[in-house]
Design a protein around this ligand. Structure first.
Ligand SMILES: [Zn+2]
Length: 74
């Protein structure tokens, strides 16, 4: 009877770990799909690739941050 309880607890732990890993995998997969779908632009100052929604557009050019927009293209 003692072993049965131990096996039950072990099975619960394994089930919990598998479930946790599976949900984490789904989330990262959705994130990857989102990133692929989104248009990526290159910062005119430092050439860093940033998603268009996170970039700052100025005079037809894209920048990764406000400071690089201020500094202008290199
Ligand atoms: Zn930049």
């Amino acid at each position: 009877m003692k072993y049965l309880l131990l096996i039950l607890i072990l099975a619960l732990i394994v089930w919990f770990l598998v479930r946790q890993r599976k949900s984490r995998g789904d989330r990262s997969g959705a994130e990857t799909r989102e990133r692929i779908a989104e248009n990526v632009v290159v910062c005119a100052h430092c050439r860093l690739r940033v998603p268009e929604s996170e970039s700052i557009e100025h005079e037809g050019r894209h920048y990764c941050c406000d400071e690089h927009r201020r500094l202008g293209p290199l």
